[in-house]
Design a protein around this ligand. Structure first.
Ligand code: FAD
Length: 379
């Protein structure tokens, strides 16, 4: 008998698809990130990662596994289940960032997708909260770009047929594909364990300024999401408020997303996430009952059975909005010392999608810091 996930995939996947047909990729599997050679003289270099969301933990794991000769610590004010990442629907796809070369965005997406696909297809899948998810993205007007940059990186991407679109009479165009859903309430504790296994150390603490860290660490990696507004003094970072509900609707097996990004139904492992809102500059963290009602109505218009589902929980999160994510290195003057800082924040509504890919870039930047470090600090 086919598993329900396998049946799901078959429903939207072209029959010609197989793993063998996918483009070949560099795999960073559920196995450790390969240790970097040739830097062993860096023994004892102290690296600190600030942030315990999906970006912070992904980055910390990549660094701890690839640079076992460094001592890696992670500091954060909030840990799972209290981060923004915890409440994200965690579905993998993305919008284009305006000023980042598409090739780089494609690499971020691909490295994340392939890393999570390995987990989804392994025995770690239930514990890590990572699963394949098939469904439809539908549009009221035919979009100018019918094939987003990630269309060849997900599985079986195709336009929907007229027969399929009949189910959605208000929509003129649609895309069917299989992607991944990564549920951070499971994935973060799983990454946390993986980090500890790689020798990492964790401390709960609010960092009031990067200056505080300048004496105790040789390299600072800032993954503080929305916190970077204050910590990096970055006025470009702003909240994009999102409200969702978790409902009990085990009969729903396919995701449905309106192309405007505001209304979606994402079946997960234990519940179905329905949403949503995208409110730029809105800091309100409480649930708005009027918005909850509107979400149920909008989702009910796409899939009427949603209106009959029992509500399990309601949640609000603030996406770390920024025109482009900031994944770059700088040397900061902190308490009279020049300290390398690697920034990795500002992923907006796509932090789960891009976390592993940007973490690998951040790892590359940390390596660059080590190469440029004076010999004294390496000993
Ligand atoms: P966070 O998860 O916010 O973590 C930030 C960390 O930094 C926390 O540990 C915090 O305590 C710490 N920190 C901050 N400041 C300090 C400080 N001064 N000192 C110490 N620690 C500090 N993305 C997707 O890819 N797919 C989706 O389907 C999706 N759905 C979403 C739905 C909603 C409703 C919302 C709100 C978001 C959604 N997102 C989705 C976006 C995603 O949640 C974010 O992009 C992602 O969580 C950002 O991760 P992060 O690690 O940068 O930030």
């Amino acid at each position: 008998m086919k598993s329900s996930t396998a049946a799901n995939i078959a429903a939207v996947m072209p029959s010609s698809w197989s793993t063998a047909n996918r483009p070949s990729v560099t795999r960073f599997s559920t196995c450790r990130v390969a240790p970097v050679r040739g830097l062993s003289s860096m023994k004892g270099v102290r690296v600190v990662v600030v942030g315990a969301g999906v970006v912070g933990f992904s980055t910390a794991v990549c660094i701890a596994e690839a640079l076992p000769f460094c001592s890696v610590s992670l500091l954060a004010e909030k840990f799972s289940p209290d981060t923004t990442s915890d409440g994200a629907a965690g579905i993998l796809f993305a919008a284009e960032f305006p000023d980042i070369p598409l090739e780089r965005q494609r690499r971020w997406f691909k490295n994340s997708f392939d890393h999570l696909l390995d987990i989804a297809q392994s025995r770690n899948s239930p514990e890590a909260g990572v699963m394949l998810s098939s469904g439809w993205q539908i549009f009221k007007d035919v979009p100018a770009d019918k094939k987003p940059f990630w269309s060849e990186l997900v599985i079986g991407f195709r336009s929907m047929t007229d027969a399929e679109l009949k189910r959605f009479p208000d929509h003129k165009f649609g895309q069917a594909f299989t992607t991944i859903k990564c549920e951070c309430s499971s994935y973060l504790p799983w990454l946390h364990q993986r980090f500890i296994k790689a020798g990492g150390q964790v401390e709960q603490r609010k960092v009031n300024s990067l200056q505080e860290l300048s004496n105790a660490y040789d390299v600072i990696v800032n993954c503080s999401g929305l916190g970077s507004k204050q910590l990096a003094g970055d006025d470009e970072v702003h909240p994009v408020r999102g409200q969702v509900l978790k409902v009990e609707a085990p009969w729903l097996k396919h995701f449905i997303r309106d192309g405007d990004g505001k209304t979606y139904i994402y079946p997960g492992i234990h519940s179905v996430t329905i949403g949503g809102t995208r409110q730029e500059g809105d800091w309100r963290l409480h649930v708005d009952e009027g918005e909850a009602k509107s979400i149920v109505e909008r989702c009910g218009a796409l899939e009427p059975s949603v209106s009959r589902a029992r509500v399990l929980s309601e949640w609000v999160g603030l996406r770390p909005g920024r025109r482009n994510p900031r994944v770059e290195r700088e040397v900061a003057q902190l308490r009279g010392r020049r300290v390398p800082v690697v920034h990795n924040y500002g992923h907006g509504g796509w932090g789960v999608t891009l976390a592993w890919g940007t973490a690998l870039d951040a790892l590359g930047l940390v390596r660059m810091c080590l190469h440029k470090m004076p010999q004294r600090a390496k000993l």
